[in-house]
Design a protein around this ligand. Structure first.
Ligand code: FAD
Length: 505
């Protein structure tokens, strides 16, 4: 039996493996990297541009990152953290443009105002308190607020048109430094680069099993889906970046850290506007507030997107249910993930998360007319014939036992699981997802390569100049970085005119 050896194996060709592979190639070009992807190309699952919302999550507009505490005060720590992490991605992407690894930043990142919008006096008050709480932080310095209908009409004409005088008042905040990110394009570009750097990227190769040998090396069984032959590979470090497919692979490792963890799949649906006249009337990502009792990933938003040089308009997400962990997964994924070691965790979640179950049932039963009515809370004049439904990616929400939440607590964030010896790392969960890929990968390298990270630090600082610093505590450095990255990533001149968009194609 022939065994192919690598230093590092990356499972999955999504934005996470793309980011880790690119960083490692910069830090240690001598390392031999092999990638396995079961599909025919890179970025075809959650990272694909049509499978996620493409928001560069920096907490500029997402209200679920600022929570109300029991005493009524606001906790902004998560919003600050998400923004800090996004700044690392911006810096790394700028480095890639400077190094000509990415030729044209407009193919994957575009400037777009990020707006939070709420209706009613109570919600307006919440937004004002949020703005006050964030206003001292340099990361949110450009946030503006208004409840003046004339100003709001300038910010979001499509949303303000057709509103009646007797309706509850609208309040909104706006940040001009927001972005729309085409993670699919970014992933494909990075994989083209890795290919050119002699990384062995094997498409249509599905990892079936992985076991650790007594000497710590990982042995993988990989099926070549074109020939049905099984290949044997080994490496000292494995990154499981298989998106929804990460949990089953993590369970196969048998590591202690893989126990008492389960997953629950929630699919996303978006309404897409097919009328170019309507698309032209909106130029922002407008995030609302999740309805009472609805989970954080259900926050409704109306997004201008730039996909392959064309401006589009998407509204959602609506939730759907299928037991598959990937869009291209199997109907047995959910049941197959229930193991003796996580049975009570899963049952615990089943009992605890009746609210989520009820919400999902309601969402699955929504008629198209009801979905259009949700859209009409954003666009009062929306016409049925201008909108069609698409199915986006699968999110596998992590379920685990926590001290605070007890047995079977549903997690809404991104979770990195690493083995104690640092030989395997797996990425689970979805939000804030792709936007924080650089932060997540630097964390993994710190944990899994402790003996090399010191030696790599100067190069990491070249790629991410603020590495090791909190930008919210260094306002001058933040302004400098914001300006430089805006210049390199061509984010300085927000696009407002249709003619600007046409130039992209
Ligand atoms: C509806 C929705 C909206 C979202 N919106 C945003 C957003 O606005 N902003 C944001 O930053 N993030 C967003 N996200 C999250 C973001 O899309 C994900 O965090 C990110 O794409 C995950 O990348 P990945 O590389 O881990 O996974 P993926 O892109 O899913 O890639 C995993 C790859 O692994 C492959 N694979 C799986 N199993 C195997 C196996 N056994 N062998 C070989 N290959 C395998 C799959 O085929 C796939 O190509 C959203 C997600 C969803 C679902």
């Amino acid at each position: 039996m022939s065994v192919l050896k690598s230093d590092i194996i990356l499972i999955g060709a999504g934005v996470m493996s793309a980011t880790l592979g690119t960083i490692v190639k910069e830090l240690a070009p001598e390392m031999k990297i092999t990638v396995f992807e079961k599909l025919k190309g890179a970025g075809e699952e959650s990272s694909n541009e049509w499978n996620n919302a493409g928001t560069g999550h920096a907490a500029l507009c997402e209200l679920n990152y600022t929570t109300e505490k029991a005493d009524g005060s606001l906790d902004i720590s998560k919003a600050v953290k998400v923004n800090e992490h996004f700044q690392l991605s911006r810096q790394f992407w700028s480095y890639l443009v400077d190094k000509k690894i990415i030729d044209n930043p407009k193919e994957f990142i575009m400037p777009i105002p990020h707006i939070s919008m709420v209706q009613g006096e109570k919600n307006g008050l919440f937004l004002k308190r949020r703005m006050e709480a964030l206003s001292d932080n340099p990361l949110f310095a450009d946030m503006e607020m208004s409840d003046d209908p004339a100003v709001l009409k300038q910010w979001m004409p499509l949303i303000m048109d057709g509103r009646k005088a007797e309706e509850e008042p609208i309040t909104a905040t706006k940040c001009e430094t927001g972005t729309d990110v085409n993670f699919g394009s970014l992933t494909r570009t990075l994989f083209e680069h890795l290919d050119a750097e002699d990384v062995d990227v094997r498409y249509e190769h599905m990892v079936k099993d992985l076991k650790q040998s007594p000497d710590g090396t990982w042995k993988l069984k990989v099926k070549d889906l074109k020939t049905n032959r099984v290949e044997h590979h080994e490496a000292k470090f494995i990154f499981i970046g298989a998106g929804g497919g990460s949990l089953p692979l993590l369970q196969k490792t048998g590591i202690r850290e893989s126990r008492q963890i389960g997953g629950f799949p929630v699919s996303g649906l978006f309404l897409v506007c097919s009328n170019p006249d309507v698309v032209e009337q909106h130029h922002a990502k407008v995030y609302g507030k999740a309805k009472v009792g609805a989970p954080p990933m259900s926050v409704p938003h109306l997004d201008t997107r730039y996909i392959n040089g064309k401006k589009s308009l998407l509204f959602g997400p609506f939730a759907g249910f299928t037991p598959k962990f990937l869009k291209t997964g199997s109907y047995f994924d959910l049941i197959g993930s229930v193991k003796p070691n996580n049975l009570f965790t899963m049952l615990g979640a089943g009992v605890k998360e009746m609210g989520l179950t009820k919400y999902l049932i309601q969402q699955v039963l929504l008629s198209n007319e009801k979905r259009m009515n949700d859209l009409r809370e954003f666009i009062p004049n929306a016409k049925n014939e201008d909108w069609e439904m698409i199915t986006a990616g699968q999110r596998v929400q992590v379920i685990k036992d926590t001290e605070a939440g007890g047995r079977g607590t549903l997690q809404f964030g991104t979770e990195v699981v690493t083995s104690q010896d640092g030989s395997v790392a797996a990425l689970l969960g979805a939000s804030p997802g792709a936007s924080t890929a650089v932060h997540v990968m630097l964390e993994i390298l710190t944990k899994c390569f402790p003996d090399r990270i010191k030696e790599w630090e100067p190069k990491v600082k070249e790629m991410v100049p603020s590495y090791g610093k909190q930008l919210s505590e260094h306002p001058a450095l933040f302004q400098d970085i914001l300006k430089k990255t805006a210049h390199t990533l061509m984010l300085e001149n927000p696009i407002h005119e249709p003619s600007d968009i046409r130039q992209l194609s």
